[in-house]
Design a binder for this molecule. Sequence first.
Ligand SMILES: *[C@@H]1O[C@H](CO)[C@@H](O)[C@H](O)[C@H]1NC(C)=O
Ligand SMILES: *[C@@H]1O[C@H](CO)[C@@H](O)[C@H](O)[C@H]1NC(C)=O
Ligand SMILES: *[C@@H]1O[C@H](CO)[C@@H](O)[C@H](O)[C@H]1NC(C)=O
Ligand SMILES: *[C@@H]1O[C@H](CO)[C@@H](O)[C@H](O)[C@H]1NC(C)=O
Ligand SMILES: *[C@@H]1O[C@H](CO)[C@@H](O)[C@H](O)[C@H]1NC(C)=O
Ligand SMILES: *[C@@H]1O[C@H](CO)[C@@H](O)[C@H](O)[C@H]1NC(C)=O
Length: 475
Amino acid sequence: MALRSLVVLLAAAAASSSAANIVVPRADDSCPNKLKVSYEPPVAAEGWQYRLAANGFKKPRSITFDKAGALLVVDSGVGVFRLTVDQDQGGTCVVTSQPKKIISSTELNHGLALSDDGETLYVSSSSKVYAWAYDAKAGTVGGANRTVIANMSSTDKTTRTLLASRKQPGMLVVSRGSVDDEDPLARNKSSGHSQIRAFDVARLGDKDAAYDFMDGVLLGWGLRNSVGVAEDPSKGGIWSVENSIDELTRNGQDIHQDNPGEELNYHGRLNDSSTAKDQGGNYGFPRCYAIWNTTNFPSLGSLTTADQFPGPDDAKTLSDDQCNKDYVAPRLAFQAHTAPLDVKFTQDGSNALISFHGSWNRKNPTGYRIALVAFNKATGQPSAAHDSMTAAVDVLSTPDLANCPDGCFRPVGLAWDSKGRLWATSDSTGEIFVLNQNGTADDGGNSIGSRSLVADKAAAWAVVLAAVVAGFFLA
Ligand SMILES: *[C@@H]1O[C@H](CO)[C@@H](O)[C@H](O)[C@H]1NC(C)=O
Ligand SMILES: *[C@@H]1O[C@H](CO)[C@@H](O)[C@H](O)[C@H]1NC(C)=O
Ligand SMILES: *[C@@H]1O[C@H](CO)[C@@H](O)[C@H](O)[C@H]1NC(C)=O
Ligand SMILES: *[C@@H]1O[C@H](CO)[C@@H](O)[C@H](O)[C@H]1NC(C)=O
Ligand SMILES: *[C@@H]1O[C@H](CO)[C@@H](O)[C@H](O)[C@H]1NC(C)=O
Ligand SMILES: *[C@@H]1O[C@H](CO)[C@@H](O)[C@H](O)[C@H]1NC(C)=O
């Protein structure tokens, strides 16, 4: 009897392991980089490999590569670090140097950008943007900081994302969020809250006073907290990803689990006045929000995903129609609370990679992934329809969200290196990953994810077998 059940179980094991197509662990990963994550590793989509490239940071946020190929990292509350790739065997097999702290400051917390010529480094605190002369060859900043933009203080949303335009060199785009979840002052354009503005920072001499945030060219307002901002290198379009409100009701019903959607918004081109109509508009917050999930949505009417509707404070004075006609709706919406924090286009403009930091106030966690949104190269707009719910396709994701937020990677900053690899920070775990698409099969990088899963499965089978064998002897 027991022997028969052992045979049945072993047969079942063999069948299920081939059905599940379990990856055989690679014993011959020759890459000298042996860094491993200490939690359930994220899993790369087919065609992608990834590897842990560096760890030991406190809260790494934005990253960028300098002209010498070194990676600059803002470690929030610590300063700016520079690390080099000391060994590069191609694919994801990189060995990075010990990070060198080039700026020490507890104030710097998120934004980072290098000027087009690579010789000025911009880093933000919650209230200011500072500039330093930067020498990529030496890997050092020179002299004292200069304040280039000031007066952005606020207590709640404290990141000031920086984007140095490549199409209009000298222009620095700065994104400033709301002061609270639902910020009444953001209704007033003169408050400067929840806005993206562009500044001609190249014009500022060493002795010039800083710009006030209100001096910038308004690219958009009513943008609750657009932490990710990018310029499409192919078409020149400025795009942002917005983190929408946490708690929301409609007709008195709590709809916050699946609404409102996070947003992908368009802001025209900096170098092209014909797109001025796409700039300076009000994108809705805190009056109008984008719908994500239409199922069981109260008074849905003719709304589809990514259309706008009024929040509870404005439902009496604004109609759904007005929210779509008088305010700028997103080009695409994403799952509520996924928290998109960065966006970076591929060089040819065919894809935008987005980091989704992950939810904290949803019953079932969501996000904790890097995803790809396809763009139409001819139009410079997303390929997916406005109301698509499948536009963001996972590249690196967390299979078991039950351990989030504590036992999960939480992607923030993204940057491409000169070999077309995507680098990403994870702030909660203090790590930096490198991702590569279409690498050779013997890269081995993917095995960080698959290997540990294999190890888990092997361990599970060992338990099953041990139980069966024990049962056999007990019988
Ligand atoms: C900028 O320089 C001033 C004056 O030396 C200094 O007090 C401040 O801490 C510096 N800020 C940063 C972020 O380094
Ligand atoms: C809008 O904000 C500005 C700047 O804080 C302030 O001077 C003005 O009174 C505000 N307007 C309204 C209508 O609240
Ligand atoms: C910041 O705002 C204050 C008060 O409105 C103003 O006096 C100061 O000039 C502003 N700073 C800059 C750099 O514009
Ligand atoms: C703006 O940049 C785009 C992309 O590089 C380029 O095709 C276009 O000619 C530029 N427009 C102007 C007005 O310079
Ligand atoms: C939308 O909500 C319904 C009902 O709560 C749920 O079954 C469905 O999975 C949700 N769809 C998405 C894409 O979130
Ligand atoms: C990887 O291969 C896919 C499918 O052939 C292709 O669409 C994609 O552009 C390739 N990516 C890179 C970075 O070569």
